[in-house]
Design a protein around this ligand. Structure first.
Ligand code: 0L1
Ligand code: MG
Length: 267
């Protein structure tokens, strides 16, 4: 299935410039469907692909992909019913235990995710959870810092997809593990903010099994005419709802079997 793109090339470039401005200069914009109410998911992905093309042309390196909105908690929190995907570049990566600046972010929030590192290239359509597991080199715990650029969090799926699934920063850490050693459905996760538990969950919250989210991502990539290359770092989606952070906050995400990932937020 190919995506249904209805916007002209000119409109896609215009919307991409709007999203790129909001992302790189950290300001909020109205959701894109206010001006383009007929925008489709295909249009959202066309804007996202144009954003990826521009970032790569500016020297950013594509390091992987992310599945988003993959848990009921996230879908309810955001009022949407279908998952999404976004791309990840080297400029978004932050080291474990680092201080992450919020000056270049709009509405930063954090979520705990299982990340997969692939040893084989995967192509959809019809990619399955078992194919994902066979193509996985190892998994590791990660925290995604998402940053919706839309004013007052008023958005819809088409606008979020155009905004690259709110991707902003990500931190991988903890212990890398082979998938054969784990039951990836039952991993417990606890998130602490400033030493207090703020949210917790189990990895089955992600489409019943995080590898399902990676299969879904590969199948959406196929709709876009793309594959998931060997070596990719792929985040499978937030296990719990996202938690807002501000300067001064410190976050520790403790994952059963996978260790923990920590970071703090500064001005
Ligand atoms: O990573 C994700 O689950 C994408 C979330 C997109 C919507 C939001 O900003 O929360
Ligand atoms: Mg996420």
């Amino acid at each position: 299935m190919r995506m249904n793109v209805t916007l002209s090339r000119e409109d896609i470039v215009r919307l991409c410039e709007r999203v790129e401005g909001a992302q790189t200069r950290a300001y909020a914009i109205p959701k894109l469907t206010d001006e383009y109410p007929g925008m489709t998911m295909g249009d959202g992905y066309a804007v996202q692909s144009e954003l990826r093309r521009r970032f790569l042309a500016q020297g950013h390196r594509l390091v992987g992909w992310k599945a988003g909105l993959t848990s009921k908690a996230k879908m309810q929190q955001m009022g949407v019913s279908v998952p999404s995907i976004g791309f990840l570049t080297d400029r978004m990566a932050r080291p474990e235990n680092s201080a992450i600046s919020t000056a270049d972010l709009v509405h930063p929030r954090v979520e705990c995710e299982v990340a997969f590192v692939m040893k084989k290239t995967l192509r959809g359509p019809n990619c399955t959870r078992d194919e994902v597991l066979a193509a996985t080199d190892y998994v590791l715990p990660a925290v995604e810092v998402i940053d919706s650029r839309f004013s007052g969090f008023k958005f819809d799926l088409e606008s979020v997809v155009a905004d690259n699934g709110s991707s902003a920063r990500f931190v991988g850490g903890g212990r890398a593990r082979y998938v054969e050693e784990l039951d990836l459905r039952t991993l417990g996760v606890v998130m602490e903010k400033n030493g207090e538990i703020v949210t917790m969950g189990a990895s089955a919250a992600v489409l019943g099994h995080p590898a399902e989210a990676i299969a879904m991502l590969v199948n959406i990539l196929a709709d876009l005419g793309e594959e998931l290359p060997a070596g990719s770092f792929v985040m499978s989606g937030g296990i719990t709802e996202a938690v807002a952070v501000k300067p001064g906050d410190s976050i520790v995400a403790r994952f059963q079997e996978l260790g923990s990932v920590s970071m703090r937020f500064v001005e």
